[in-house]
Structure formats: C-alpha cells, structure tokens
Design a protein around this ligand. Structure first.
Ligand code: ADP
Length: 163
C-alpha cells in the first residue's frame, strides 16, 4: 500500500518552517499532498491561488509533492486523495494542546487516518506566517525566514497595501 500523506495548513504564506516539514515528510511518504485550507474565516493576506503558486514554486524540486486546496473536513479530503496519514509540524509546547484536540477529533471522524508530527528544526521553532507578515509589514529583513520568491511577494503586497 502506498504511503500517502496530506500536509494541511493555511500557508499564508509558506515559510522555511513549513518547507522543512514538507521536505522531511517527502522523505518518508511516497506522496505528500500539501493542501491549502480554503477557510474564509481567517482573512488571509494571500489568496488561495497565490498561496498555491508560491508553494509550487518552492517545492518544484520535490517530485512526490503535489499542491492542492481543500475546504470542509480534512478527513474527507484525505479520503478523496487516498491518503492514510496527516502530517503536522510541532514548534513548541504551545502547539501541543491545539494539535492534540484536532488530532483526537480527526480520529473520531476517521480512525483509519493516522496523524504524524514532525518536530521542527530548532532554528525555525519561533517562526510562523503571522510573525513573518508582521516583520515584512515594517520592512524588516525576512530573508532567513522565507524563500526569496515569497520575500518578493510579501514586499509587493505591503507596498501595494500602503498606497
Ligand atoms: P494552521 O492554520 O493549520 O496552523 P499553518 O500554515 O500555520 O496552518 O501551519 C501548517 C502546519 O505547519 C502546522 O502543522 C504547523 O504546526 C506547521 N508549521 C508552521 N510553522 C512551522 C515551523 N516554523 N516549523 C514547523 N512547523 C511549522
């Protein structure tokens, strides 16, 4: 049986922290679907299409990674793409409680789909899309936090939003 995983998230935008998790997941699973959650409640900076394009650009060297989007229940999406695993990243103890709640709920909804946690590289443990956006907004240096193409798009967004 092929080992197929879904790596869900907002990715608004993708950071080196996300990329670290995706790369490590792609080493272990035959196929990884990176799926952007299409959740209108979150008021994102980048559209779903823009987020997908950025993820595709920075994962193009990984032949077993596919980028997609989903709305509705994650377990339903996972089933639709024949995935038997969900990959999530863990940064700090503070992530734990929320992740445990989601994992338990997903298990109630579908006990055949197993959630795997990958602990982030220490150098990214403080990194989140929100923090990157905050720094980019005030024109801070984000070159060590996101790939160059993401950096460029973030600066474009904030210049456009300012005027
Ligand atoms: P969500 O809204 O689902 O939390 P995110 O885009 O913030 O979406 O995160 C998607 C996944 O990537 C989550 O599992 C999150 O823990 C993980 N992640 C985010 N930032 C990092 C990081 N710096 N290191 C490791 N994992 C991360």
């Amino acid at each position: 049986m092929a080992r197929i995983a879904v790596c869900p998230g907002s990715f608004d935008p993708i950071t080196y922290g996300h990329l670290d998790i995706i790369r490590r997941g792609a080493k272990v699973f035959d196929m990884v679907y990176v799926s952007v959650m299409n959740n209108s409640a979150k008021n994102p900076l980048f559209s779903v299409e823009e987020r997908i394009n950025l993820i595709e650009a920075v994962t193009k060297d990984l032949s077993n990674v596919k980028v997609d989007e989903h709305s509705g229940l994650l377990v339903d999406y996972a089933k639709a793409v024949n995935a038997n695993a969900i990959i999530r990243g863990l940064r700090a103890v503070s992530d734990f409680e929320y992740e445990m709640q989601i994992t338990s709920m997903n298990r109630v909804l579908n006990e055949d789909i197993e959630t795997f946690f990958i602990m982030t590289n220490n150098q990214y443990s403080f990194l989140s899309s929100s923090i990157v956006k905050e720094v980019a907004k005030y024109n801070g240096d984000i070159s060590t936090l996101v790939p160059p193409i993401v950096e460029k798009e973030l600066h474009k967004k904030y210049k456009r939003l300012k005027s």
